[in-house]
Design a protein around this ligand. Structure first.
Ligand SMILES: [Zn+2]
Length: 230
């Protein structure tokens, strides 16, 4: 038997062509959607805990500065963040760092990174600034995510004990009325906490920071680890 394959496209009706075009379009958009999804969210195994640690500021953005102008917040943030990361990895918790050197990273990119990796928790490490302030505090979103408030409270109280400075508690929103929430708290998909680890403008807080930094890193890691069990 001879098969004569000689399609005559001129015989196709307009409706047939429309159907073919529609099928091709659906298929192409499906491929595009798959590609976009794989770009946005990476694979995350259920038993794997990932914490995003965000060392505030960096590069040209030095953050707050000490009274004598010698000390930059960006450096303290990075030093403590790297130590916390080491402690967490030792506890078997995977960490993602928004920066691991003195570089400028936009707030948008910081959040994007955490969201893409589907982190379980986001902790931003900062130092506070004011002519007279002292102590440790944390900021979370006005719309609280999971039990971030409990974790933030424990972090602040443990740090205040280790550093021997005041516990200023956990606050919702933003420090003044110019925004509803801190950018990172508003734009991360997971519980997120912004820690203010003492005032860089206070000599007492800076001394406490320098003397106890290893123990502080250990405590922060332990509180994070405990909060992510179960
Ligand atoms: Zn800061």
């Amino acid at each position: 038997m001879k098969i004569n394959f000689n399609p005559d496209f001129s015989r196709l009706k307009k409706t047939d062509i429309a159907v073919i075009v529609a099928v091709v379009l659906v298929f192409v958009s499906f491929l595009v959607a798959v590609k976009m999804l794989s770009d946005t969210v990476e694979k995350h195994y259920d038993n794997e805990i990932i914490v995003c640690l965000d060392a505030g500021h960096g590069g040209d953005d030095v953050g707050a500065v000490s009274a004598d102008g010698q000390r930059y917040e960006k450096d303290d943030n990075l030093t403590l963040t790297l130590k916390v990361s080491e402690e967490l990895e030792e506890l078997g918790v995977k960490t993602v760092l928004t920066r691991d050197s003195d570089e400028a990273v936009s707030l948008k990119d910081r959040c994007k990174k955490a969201n893409k990796k589907r982190c379980d928790l986001f902790v931003a490490i900062h130092r506070n600034s004011s002519p007279t302030g002292t102590g440790v505090e944390a900021w979370i979103s006005k719309r609280e995510k999971d039990d971030e408030k409990t974790t933030a409270k424990t972090l602040v109280s443990e740090l205040s004990t280790v550093m021997g400075i005041a516990d200023r508690g956990v606050k919702n929103g933003y420090r003044d009325k110019t925004a509803n929430n801190y950018y990172i708290n508003a734009n991360t998909n997971m519980p997120s906490i912004l820690l203010e680890v003492g005032f860089i403008t206070s000599e007492e807080d800076n001394a406490a920071f320098d003397e106890n930094i290893d123990q502080m890193a250990e405590k922060i890691a332990k509180v994070i680890y405990d909060s992510l069990q179960n």
